[in-house]
Design a protein around this ligand. Structure first.
Ligand code: C2E
Ligand code: CA
Ligand code: CA
Ligand code: CA
Length: 277
């Protein structure tokens, strides 16, 4: 009976209650949430395919709503963008993530951070400077920070985004092209973009071990990225077969449910410990 109880407990841990669909949200709700600091960072590990080492964590926003519980980003990111408030949320989340990472560093963990940036912030005057200033204020090494920007977002206004990307890249910040493969960037555009990493969208990764066409697409994308001297992250790795495939193809980093689900900072230490047991 005790074993059953433990199994049930484990089942509930692995199947945390789904994040709620919130009631209609207006701009006032978003402003209040920003003032009260209700947007919080969760972290999803990226590990190296070579040795499975914890290399960095993607910061994923959650809205810790006092009445409606944990709200997933699909319900609020677009609204924050429409309201012109996404930049403020990004800076809050980045600052909190750095502070939480620092506490883990103090406990002996070493890893970088990857923060999602809304592409529409890139052409804004002073954007790159604000990020650089935030990193300096928090004494966070720029080389430990990667900004993830979706392929479709960057390409929507590449000409006016290049300046900010170049300034950040020159300061040592990593630039990752997120959801790569869904945004139709030409090779020429990609070559002009000062990025350091391609993050291949999960629609090309998930199930690739069972589908030869996906495998071929993945293989040629990895090859092209390496020729451009970019490192490659595969997202959405959910099982051992896909893990094995991306490893064989020379993908450097893996992120996905097979490795870990997104979690609050306080769970990371335990995750690392269990992993190395
Ligand atoms: P994304 O940047 O592509 O982030 C990865 C999403 O895929 C996350 O969903 C993550 O939980 C999910 N995921 C990770 N591994 C797997 C897997 O193996 N299988 C499947 N099916 N899914 C996986 P999440 O946290 O709900 O975030 C959704 C999107 O919201 C993100 O997609 C990103 O576009 C956006 N987002 C989240 N936080 C921020 C933020 O701070 N700023 C901005 N601008 N966008 C954010
Ligand atoms: Ca991302
Ligand atoms: Ca992505
Ligand atoms: Ca995605």
């Amino acid at each position: 009976l005790e074993g059953l109880e433990r199994a049930l407990e484990r089942f509930h841990m692995l199947n945390r209650p789904p994040m709620s669909a919130p009631p209609p949200i207006d701009e006032g709700d978003l402003r209040r949430a920003l003032e009260r600091g209700e947007f919080v960072p969760w972290f999803q590990p990226k590990v190296t395919t070579r040795s499975g080492l914890f290399q960095s964590a993607e910061v994923l926003a959650r809205w810790q709503h006092p009445e409606h519980g944990m709200i997933a980003p699909v319900y609020f990111i677009g609204l924050l963008e429409q309201a012109g408030l996404i930049g403020r949320m990004t800076e809050q989340i980045m600052t909190q993530a750095i502070r939480e990472a620092r506490q883990l560093y103090a406990r002996g963990l070493r890893f970088g951070l990857a923060v999602n940036i809304s592409a529409e912030n890139l052409p804004e005057a002073g954007f790159a400077e604000r990020i650089k200033q935030l990193l300096a204020q928090e004494s966070f090494p720029p080389a430990q920070m990667t900004l993830e920007i979706t392929e479709s977002g960057v390409m929507a206004d590449l000409a006016r985004s290049l300046g900010a990307l170049a300034r950040l890249r020159m300061a040592g910040v990593g630039i990752s092209i997120d959801d790569y493969g869904t945004g139709n960037a030409t090779l020429q555009q990609l070559m002009r973009t000062p990025c350091s990493e391609l993050k291949i969208d999960r629609s090309f990764v998930n199930g690739a071990s069972r589908r030869p066409q996906l495998r071929t697409l993945l293989e040629s994308t990895v090859d092209m990225a390496h020729r451009l001297k970019l490192s490659v992250v595969a997202e959405g790795v959910e099982d051992a077969e896909d893990w094995k495939l991306v490893q064989e193809l020379g993908v450097e980093l893996v992120q996905g449910f097979f490795v870990a689900r997104p979690m609050p900072a306080e769970s990371i230490h335990e995750w690392v410990r269990n992993r190395h047991e």
